[in-house]
Design a protein. Structure first.
Length: 255
């Protein structure tokens, strides 16, 4: 999905770059600019040990909300590395949650299914499932999850070039996250807003939101999110031919 394994999208960056000094940095920075901007503020790879442990729990578990929780974690872990099994577990979660009338499980299943299709760039299916998840989360009072899902819908809009709709989603997500003081959610919305402006060639405005996100991520100790934001900032400075500053943030992002 991304430049740094963050969660989504193989969107191409419209800005070209040309760095004229030592080749190692040239190729690294060129890769960053071509790969596209990071959409998420946090990212993770699924680890075989975690997956194995969850699957062992699943075998021993009962058909109840506990199993639904395990299926949800499996789908999320596998989605983070674009593993095909993510859809299998998400559908199992949906089937079980409907059977036991566990509405939170239905919402989580729809989100995971949307995430899977987003990874596959199947944006209509992604949007449809994210929207189902969002509507149900709002109904159930899952405010934090609803705000996150709204940002995911915003990312889908950006991937389709629908920047106005994407902007609206991120502004709404920001408001929802602020209302519950969810700082990680606020940072995610800032990243989304930065992406909207970057893809409309408003580098300075994008930079402003990336720094807002970075400040929060550093405040709450979100190292992965901060790394993603610094990578985005490095790309912008590269596009602006501010190579010294670009290199500074590029190497900060690798720490």
């Amino acid at each position: 999905m991304l430049l740094m394994p963050a969660t989504h999208h193989n969107t191409q960056n419209n800005h070209g770059i040309a760095i004229s000094f030592f080749s190692h940095l040239y190729f690294r920075m060129k890769f960053l600019a071509v790969a596209g901007f990071v959409f998420a503020t946090s990212f993770s790879f699924s680890q075989p040990g975690i997956i194995d442990s969850l699957e062992n729990l699943l075998v021993k578990g009962k058909k109840d909300t506990v199993e639904a929780g395990i299926l949800n974690q499996l789908a999320r872990q596998l989605n983070s590395s674009s593993d095909e099994r993510a859809l299998i577990y998400a559908n199992r979660l949906l089937e079980l949650s409907v059977k036991i009338n566990f509405q939170k499980g239905v919402a989580n299943a729809c989100f995971n299914i949307g995430y899977y299709y987003d990874n596959k760039s199947e944006y209509l299916k992604a949007h449809e499932n994210f929207q189902k998840a969002f509507d149900l989360m709002v109904k159930l009072g899952m405010k934090k999850e609803a705000a996150k899902t709204l940002s995911s819908i915003g990312n889908v809009f950006i991937s389709q070039g629908s920047y106005k709709q994407g902007l609206d989603c991120f502004l709404r997500s920001l408001k929802m996250s602020e209302d519950i003081n969810d700082k990680k959610g606020i940072a995610a919305a800032y990243v989304g807003l930065g992406n909207v402006y970057i893809y409309q060639n408003s580098d300075n405005k994008g930079l402003e939101f990336y720094f807002k996100a970075l400040n929060i991520q550093e405040e709450i100790g979100d190292k992965r999110g901060a790394s993603a934001s610094m990578a985005n900032i490095a790309i912008i400075y590269t596009n602006q031919k501010k190579y010294d500053t670009a290199i500074e943030y590029h190497f900060k992002s690798l720490k």
